[in-house]
Design a protein around this ligand. Sequence first.
Ligand code: MN
Ligand code: MN
Length: 509
Amino acid sequence: MATLNRADWYDIARDTNWTPRYASVEEIFPDEMSDAFGLTVEQWEAYDEPFKISYREYVAVQSKKDADAYSVKAALARANFFDKAAPGWISILKMHYGAICLAEYIAVLGEAKMARFGKAPGMRNMATFGSLDEMRHTQIQLYFAHENIHKSRQLDWGLKTYHTQNWAGIAGRAMLDDVILGRDAATMSIMLTFALEQGFTNLQFLGLAADAAKMGDYSFSNLISSVQTDEARHAQIGTAALKVLIANGKKAQAQQAVEIAFWRNWRLFFSLTGPAIDYLTPLEHRHQSFKEFVHEFIVAQFERAIEDLGLDRPWYWDFFLDTTNYYQHSGHLELWFLRQTLWWNPAGGVTPAERAWLEEKYPGWNQRWGRLWDVIADNVQHGRQDKLFPATVPMLCNICGLSIGGIPGQGHHVKGHWTDYGERRYYFCSAPCKWIFDIEQQRYAGHKSIVDRLLAGDIQPGTIDGTLEYMGLFPGERGDDADDYAWARSALPPMNDRSAGHADAAAGL
Ligand code: MN
Ligand code: MN
C-alpha cells in the first residue's frame, strides 16, 4: 500500500486547532496557564517547530534507545565498574542522580503543561513527545541509580533529594518551581527549554557522556547519551516560541524571561558541574577546565542562539563571564566544608599534581585558593577535628539558595545585596539574584531558606545535628571526604615550610 511522505501530511495532521462552541478560547487557554504574553490563537498559528516526527516514528526510535541503554547496562553488570572506579567519579554519579532524577519528573509536568495549554498546535505536539521523553529519563535514571543502592545508601538520594528539606533540594525545587511549575506554557517554553535545556543541560549531558566514556563507565555514558538525544529534540520548543513572540512585539518581555532563567540556571549549574570538572574528575581524565568548558560550549552557543533570534546579551553578561573565574572554586571549597550536608562524598582534589593543574588553568589559584586548602590540610595533619566542620550554617541567598561566592582574603570583593520587603530583609548573593527578586517581590517573599527556617525556630533542636536530621540526612548518607583525607595527610609539607600567606587565609576561613 502506498503511503504519503511525512512532509505531505504532517502540517494538516498536527494542526489540531478548531473553533470551540461550548467554551470560550479564554476559558480553554487562560493567560495564567497558557500565555502571559497575551498573544491570540491566530498569532500562535505561525509557530513552526523545527523538529517534526510522527507518533509511530517516535515510539520506534524511543524503544530502540531504551533497548540499547538497558542492554549495555546488562552486558556490563558483571564488570563491577562501581567497585573499581575512582572515588571522585563515584561522587559525580551520586551527585548527578540525586540532583537530576526527579528534576526530570518535574520536567514531565512542565512538558505536560505545554502539551495541554500551549496555544500553538506545534508546541502541543512537540511537548506531548517531550513529556514522554522526560518520563523515560526519570525512570531509566532511577533504575540505573538503583543498581548499586545496596553498596551505598547515598544512591537512594536519586529518589529522595526533592522530597527532603536538604538545602540543595530546597534550592533545586525553588529554581524548578520558578522556571517550570510556576509559569505559564509560553514563558516556561523559554525558561525551561531555551534557557535551561538548550542553554545548559543539553551541553552538560554531552560533556558528561564523553567524560564517562573516558572513565570507562560505558553504562553511564550510554545512559546519558540516550537522554541527551531526546533533550536535543524537545529543547527546540522554546526557540520556535521566541520567534513568534519577537515577531509580535514581545521582545522585551521575552528577553526578561531569558535573563531570569539563565541566571537561575547558572547559579545551580556551576555549583555542581564546576567542582565535578575541576576537582572530582580524576586528573588523568581531565581534558579541559570548567571555565574552558563554559566558554567553549555555554557562552559561544548561547551568544549565537540569542544573536540568531535578535535578542540581546543579558544585562549582567560581563559579570557572568567574570564569575567563571571563581564561582566553581569558592563553591567547591564550601561544598567540601559542608560535606556532611551532601549525599555524595566530595574529593578534596588538591594533591600537589592537582594543584599544579589548577594553577595552570587558573593562574593565581594557589595564592587565592591553595592557601585556604593549606589551612585545612594543616588542621587534618594536627587532628583538629573541630576545625574540619562548620560550627554554623552560611548565610544563604533568598533567590538561588546558595551562599555568597567570592574571592576571599586581601581584596575580598564580595558585596552585600538586600531588599527590605514587608516585615523583613532579604539577602542575595549577587546583583542578578536581587534583580530577580525585585521584579516580582511578592512572588518570592514567602520562600524560606534553611537559614530562615533555623532563625524562625522551625528546626529543633537548632544544632548542626538537628539541622542534618531536618535535612533528612541519616548516618550512612552524610557526605565525607572521598579519599579519607589522604590528600591532606601525605601530600603537603609542614605548614611552616609554605608561603607566608596562610595567616591571612586562616582569617579568611
Ligand atoms: Mn530530560
Ligand atoms: Mn528536557
